[in-house]
Design a protein around this ligand. Structure first.
Ligand SMILES: Nc1ncnc2c1ncn2[C@@H]1O[C@H](COP(=O)(O)OP(=O)(O)O)[C@@H](O)[C@H]1O
Ligand SMILES: [Mg+2]
Length: 609
């Protein structure tokens, strides 16, 4: 069987509900997709030209075949025979070579467009606020950036070119068929559509059964994981659920019997349908061509050429039936990516940034009448709070979990923006500062310090790219992490997380402190930096923090009140509001919330509820 310019067709499919919802929520203009290709117009035009040329060249084959059968062979015309056969071989070689060029060009365009989308998406997502990432389901961002863009390669080079090639092949074949024999073309018009539709039905059915079989398989895997893993077995034994689990497993396994059988049969049915059609359609053509009433004096060559054409149009025709579902799933892919590209950062960069010099900064931090309401919340997380930290001074925030301390800390480093009120650094509203400038002014050490998967050196240099090794060791020394790093197998070049190397919480904190020391910001925000540590480690880290904070404007959230006794001001928060403020002595004298917190801190409840 000769396939004429047919490229692999997409699998038969229906549009997924998820894709439909995506497109309803975020429709895509076709013009916007086309705009992605505008820089590659030339290459796209060339690919389309090749596809058309291949379809046309393919159409010459049946006519050459007719020449061979009707003239060259019966007349023993050697020159004609050699010429036509040579042309047949030559055309095939040219078509295949063009196919290679086409694939290469289409893939090159596809990769460039993907590269553009991937980098702009990465860039754009980096500018999103912390809030965006906490709101987005885990893995969703990574999946769009990596998987969706990878699937796009299939759309750009597979779907688009297969649609173009199927359309041109079908069109050219129809023209050639009519040119060969209008009579047989009419017959084909009658038998082919039902055959194609039937094949598609069977294929869709098979696909549905296969999908259900896969779901059941997954359920089976889940049950094995749930009941035959260490934690699963522990739970099953302690809950005494083993008997029920066996019954459920048997049910799933039994479901699988039927599905497997149906799936295998459906596959066989699909083969049977196709094979039957491939035999029946040419047979019908032979019948019509042979009966005196319908033959119309057709030559053998025409008949052979026609059956060849007809066999080659089947797959492209099947492929065209999938165009609409391919279209929707491709557009849904673009929609998911454009949706992210269209996000407005809710903590935007200033259009006209204020000028600041981190080295000349005095380090005055003013939080003035701020309220914060998180998206979707029904009350303010922080309500009308003002805190001023004079240059070089320390203000501590204390209060129960959820009282709004971290929210205030986030405002100073502009992880979030206030709903009302303002945060100023040296008199400049943080919203008017470029992110880069602000991060040089305000350093943060929080409970969740993060080290990138890179060497210690790279982690530290991220804070100050021009630091020398001496600078790094000095910072590590002050942070009490020099011995730790010196003891590592590769010292500063040790890669964080490599070969099972895991730093303890206290080690990560000391490295984070060293990093902030290198950054040398005039203002420091410390958010419960020692809360996840055990008492002994906490003391070491606390000492390092003390050295880091020396001489800097510091806003500190303490997890242990004893560490902030000496703060210039202590602000007691409750339910997002300031309920008391003053220095340690004054607040103790007041004998209110702070005194109560301090008492509990000294004498921790043995059984917290
Ligand atoms: N990203 C967020 N989205 C919605 N609500 C939040 C978010 N972060 C904190 N909150 C809520 O804001 C309030 C204050 O939280 P937070 O500032 O973290 O308190 P604290 O640091 O004092 O424990 C809490 O009620 C908390 O549930
Ligand atoms: Mg907190």
């Amino acid at each position: 069987m000769m396939h004429i310019g047919a490229t692999p067709t997409g699998r038969p499919g229906r549009v997924s509900e998820q894709d439909r919802e995506q497109l309803a929520g975020h429709p895509v203009r076709v013009g916007r997709v086309l705009a992605l290709f505008r820089p590659h117009r030339g290459a796209v035009g060339a690919v389309m030209g090749i596809i058309a040329l291949v379809a046309l060249l393919g159409m010459a084959q049946p006519f050459l075949l007719r020449e061979v059968v009707d003239r060259a062979i019966p007349r023993q015309d050697v020159p004609l025979l050699v010429g036509t056969v040579g042309a047949m071989v030559g055309i095939t070689v040219v078509v295949q070579l063009l196919g290679v060029v086409q694939t290469w060009m289409a893939a090159a365009v596809g990769q460039r467009v993907m590269h553009g989308l991937r980098t702009s998406l990465f860039d754009h997502l980096q500018r999103q606020s912390l809030g965006f990432f906490t709101r987005t389901r885990g893995g969703e961002v990574q999946s769009r950036l990596v998987n969706d863009i990878a699937s796009m390669q299939g759309v750009l080079t597979g779907t688009a070119t297969s649609i173009a090639s199927n359309v041109t092949t079908v069109a050219a074949t129809v023209v050639a068929m009519v040119a060969l024999s209008p009579r047989l073309s009419l017959l084909t018009l009658i038998v082919l559509p039902p055959a194609v539709i039937m094949t598609r039905r069977v294929a869709l059915l098979r696909r549905e059964i296969t999908a259900e079989r896969q779901r059941t398989m997954a359920r089976l895997h889940g049950q094995v994981e749930d009941h035959l893993s260490v934690s699963g077995v522990r739970l099953a034994k302690t809950l005494g659920t083993a008997g029920r689990a066996s019954a459920r497993f048997a049910d799933t396994s039994r479901d699988l019997i039927g599905l497997e059988l149906r799936s295998q049969l459906a596959g066989r049915w699909r083969m049977a349908t196709m094979q039957t059609l491939f035999a029946v359609i040419p047979a019908a053509i032979y019948l019509v061509a042979g009966l005196p009433a319908t033959s119309g004096g057709m030559t053998i060559g025409t008949l052979i050429a026609f059956t060849t054409l007809q066999a080659g149009v089947f797959m492209p025709l099947m492929g065209l039936l999938n165009v609409s579902s391919q279209w929707v799933s491709s557009m849904a892919l673009f929609s998911r990516i454009f949706e992210y590209l269209d996000l407005e950062p809710d903590v935007p960069e200033p259009a006209d940034p204020a000028r600041v010099d981190a080295h000349a900064a005095r380090g005055l931090l003013e939080i003035e009448g701020v309220s914060v309401r998180y998206p979707g919340a029904d009350r303010n997380a922080v309500h009308d709070v003002s805190v001023t930290v004079e240059p070089g001074r320390t203000v501590a925030l204390v209060g129960h979990t959820g009282s709004g301390k971290s929210t205030l800390a986030h405002l100073a480093s502009r992880l979030i923006d206030p709903t009302s009120g303002a945060v100023r650094v040296d008199g400049a509203d943080v919203r008017d500062l470029r992110r880069e400038d602000l991060s040089a002014l305000v350093g943060v050490v929080s409970q969740e310090s993060y080290l990138a998967h890179a060497s210690i050196r790279e982690n530290l240099l991220a804070a100050r790219p021009d630091a020398s090794d001496d600078d790094l060791w000095r910072a590590l020394g002050v942070a009490q992490a020099a011995d730790l790093v010196a003891g590592l197998p590769e010292g500063l070049d040790t890669v964080v997380g490599a070969r099972g190397l895991r730093f303890s919480g206290g080690e990560v904190q000391r490295l984070a402190i060293a990093r902030t020391l290198l950054r040398d910001p005039p203002i420091l925000v410390l958010d419960e930096a020692t809360s996840a540590l055990d008492t002994r480690t906490e003391r070491a880290v606390q000492a390092a923090l003390g050295r880091l904070a020396a001489g800097r404007t510091t806003l500190v959230i303490a997890h242990r009140l004893s560490t902030i006794r000496d703060a210039d001001e202590i602000v007691v928060m409750d339910g997002g509001r300031v309920v008391e403020r003053g220095d340690h002595a004054a607040l103790m004298a007041l004998d209110g919330r702070y005194a109560a917190l301090a008492a509990r801190d000294r004498d921790p409840d043995p059984m917290p509820v």
